[in-house]
Write a protein that binds this ligand. Structure first.
Ligand code: C5P
Length: 211
């Protein structure tokens, strides 16, 4: 049975043992995609950041915390997969320094602290570089302006086959409004409504890669 890699949920970048950077990604899109992959007769291989959502029975789930961990898991699993759908919202920055001890307030909290951050790896872009001829990749682009333009720039830079353009309202929601573009900038799907329906329609689009 074909295996399909799905990245899902947020990642965490720790400043100290209890504090971290993250975002509001719920993993619902990843869970809906996993359901749709199973329904299409393939095996979902889900690399997921910390989420409350349940992935379906039958999905192979690899839990991770940081963007680096998500990348390493994807590098290990991608070669055995037909394609990847990158629905995760990985943290783009991580602190330069991690404090083994909990950072404590000094001077009754009147001190000012600053942190330096560096970029984390772009998982989808790395997978786009090592992608073989028989493999495909689909990315998401969440944009507030110049949607199509930004989405197509990301599709090109990350060497994707399709890009799913959505809006900030999709974060931590059951519904989403999306447009899917291919490499030629052609609109291949326009869908509004539940994430499950969207996941199924997205999966139908990947059927073309299987031929
Ligand atoms: O954050 P950005 O808009 O660049 O995300 C676009 C796509 O790239 C998404 O599919 C996201 O899952 C993926 N991505 C990634 N690794 C990152 C940042 C984004 O795989 N560090």
């Amino acid at each position: 049975m074909p295996r399909i890699l799905i990245t899902s949920g947020p990642t965490r970048e720790y400043l100290d043992p209890v504090r971290f950077l993250t975002n509001g990604s719920s993993g619902r899109m990843g869970a809906s995609l996993a359901e749709a992959v199973l329904a299409a007769g393939s095996v979902p291989v889900v690399v997921s950041g910390p989420v409350a959502v349940q992935y379906p029975v039958g999905a192979e789930v690899r839990p991770v915390q940081t963007t680096d961990e998500m990348l390493n898991a994807c590098l290990e699993l991608f070669p055995s997969c037909a394609g990847v759908i990158a629905a995760a919202a990985p943290c783009d920055y991580k602190p330069v320094q991690y404090s083994e001890q909990k950072l404590s307030k000094k001077n009754n909290g009147t001190d000012t602290s600053s942190f330096d951050f560096v970029h984390t790896p772009d998982i989808l872009a790395v997978l786009g570089q090592i992608k073989q001829k028989h493999q495909w990749s689909i990315g998401f682009a969440l944009e507030t302006e110049y949607g199509k333009e930004h989405a197509l720039e990301k599709l090109k830079r990350k060497n994707c086959d399709f890009i799913v353009l959505n809006e900030p309202a999709a974060v931590n929601s059951d519904v989403s409004s999306v447009q899917v573009f291919d490499k030629n900038g052609e609109l291949r799907l326009s869908s509004q409504g539940g994430k499950q329906k969207l996941a199924e329609r997205l999966l139908e689009l990947t059927a073309a890669f299987q031929r």
